[in-house]
Design a protein around this ligand. Structure first.
Ligand code: GDP
Ligand code: MG
Length: 438
């Protein structure tokens, strides 16, 4: 993946200590290749790499004590800029009820799914959304929205199910009648940019005058993404992007081009099929994720959802000071509460790779096994897992009802996690007292 490639490049630099211009040149070549292979638009790549190179080729960087670190920070900084620098919130009009949010995009891009997720997110913020089923072309489209709406207890307006513009227009009155303060308009897409689709989107737009039009873009789309997005920008125009399917393999390639090419901000990312998997887009976090630096803030934020302040402090201490088997145990329990072990591990630097190695088998029974093994360790062993020798391994295996191999596996996993924590500590600039960014 892109992250793996970039991480490899940085590892090489770090192994070198002092850097020469040649080192920088070859690193930049590798970055360039990695980005191109991840389907980032070639113009975007060109601008990006030359900006990075210019910043790296200064004596300040080359003569510094930690040049590799500086290069990584420069690339991170440029990447964050490319992604839009600051987070771009959904703008709702204060003096209009209902607010109207319209979703556009190609068929299969994830509009209907995103409509439901957005409704779920807004509902969680105390709004009372209404979903309008304006994809009247495919008979199953309204049913799909209805099913999703039922799941999250958000009403769906279907109107006569025939004329998309009429359904959109009538949904506004429906919202007024039922005191819904936001209407989310789901629209039809085509497999490719198509005149009829564009015209319909334009007609719906002029009928309901949306406060926000969001284009849903599938992160797995390759180079073509640039043309599609540009076309929508010219015909319908939109205020921001929802990047969908970021839980797939294509991490970031498309996202990197979209902002640069259209100037439109990415507002949300969609990371799965569940209703709660829509997240506000943070360029800095995304950049870190692309560089394989892990999403420290994301992890802490996830933790915050379920944990009290004390637990958050623990999480931070763990990231900053390395961690013991007890921390590992505590974390497993946290992960359990948070759900989505894979998602959490995927956020850690090198986590993707680890998941692949583990054959994506980090499941519930695995969790239980690891827990029982750690519980069979003494206090001392949990603090200093490196001291667990062969004899101790046998004892722990017997005590927990698992094999020595299983115990070895846990120790190995702990070792990997411990190394990752160390790496994350080096790469992220979280200070012990520093507060998380909002
Ligand atoms: P639409 O045609 O634009 O309305 O697209 P849909 O919302 O129907 O989504 C098309 C397919 O992609 C469906 O099978 C969705 O479940 C799936 N999908 C949508 N968003 C995501 C996402 O963020 N992650 C994953 N893995 N699948 C998604
Ligand atoms: Mg749809």
């Amino acid at each position: 993946s892109l992250s793996d490639r970039l991480q490899g490049t940085f590892d090489k630099l770090r192994g070198k200590g002092r850097l020469t211009e040649d080192d920088i040149n070859s690193a930049m070549r590798e970055i360039r290749m990695a980005l191109l292979e991840a389907d980032v638009n070639y113009r975007v790549v060109k601008t990006f790499v030359s900006a990075c190179k210019e910043k790296c080729m200064t004596s300040e960087v080359l003569d510094s004590l930690t040049p590799a670190q500086n290069v990584v920070m420069i690339v991170l900084d440029q990447l964050t800029k490319l992604l839009g620098s600051t987070e771009s919130k959904l703008v709702l009009a204060q003096n209009r009820t209902p607010n109207v949010i319209m979703l556009v995009g190609l068929q299969g891009s994830g509009k209907t799914t995103a409509a439901a997720k957005l409704a779920y997110l807004l509902k969680g913020q105390g709004h009372s959304p209404l979903l309008a089923a304006c994809d009247t072309h495919r008979p199953a489209a309204a049913d799909q929205l209805q099913t999703l709406g039922n799941e999250i207890s958000v009403p769906v307006f279907r109107g006569d199910g025939k004329d998309a513009v009429a359904v959109a227009r009538d949904s506004i009155q429906e919202a007024v009648d039922h005191l819904n303060d936001i209407v989310i308009v789901d629209t039809a897409g085509r497999l490719q940019v198509d005149e009829e689709m564009m015209q319909e989107a334009v007609d719906i737009k002029s009928a309901v005058k949306p406060d926000q039009i969001l284009m849903v873009v599938d992160a797995m789309t390759g180079q073509d993404i640039v043309n599609v997005v540009r076309e929508f920008a010219e015909r319908v125009d939109f205020d921001g992007v929802i990047m969908s399917k970021l839980d797939g393999d294509a991490r970031g390639g498309g996202a990197l081009s979209v902002r640069e090419v259209t100037g439109k901000p990415i507002k949300f990312v969609s990371m799965g099929e569940k209703p709660d998997s829509l997240e506000v887009f943070h360029p800095d976090r995304m950049a870190k994720r692309i560089l394989g630096m892990g999403d420290v803030y994301g992890i802490i934020e996830q933790a915050q959802k379920v944990a009290d302040e004390k637990q958050v402090e623990d999480a931070e201490r763990m990231l900053l000071e390395g961690f013991t088997m007890d921390d590992y145990l505590g974390q497993l329990q946290q992960i359990r509460k948070m759900g989505g072990l894979q998602k959490m591990i995927g956020m850690l630097p090198g986590g993707e790779r680890m998941l692949q190695q583990a054959g994506n088998q980090a499941d519930e029974s695995q969790l239980t096994k690891v827990e029982s093994i750690i519980r069979s360790m003494t206090k001392e062993e949990r603090k200093k897992p490196k001291k667990i020798n062969g004899q101790r391994r046998k004892r722990i295996a017997a005590g927990s009802g698992h094999t020595v191999q299983d115990v070895n596996q846990v120790l190995k996993q702990w070792d990997q996690m411990n190394k990752m924590m160390g790496k994350m500590r080096q790469m992220t600039q979280v200070s012990p007292k520093g507060k998380k960014k909002g």
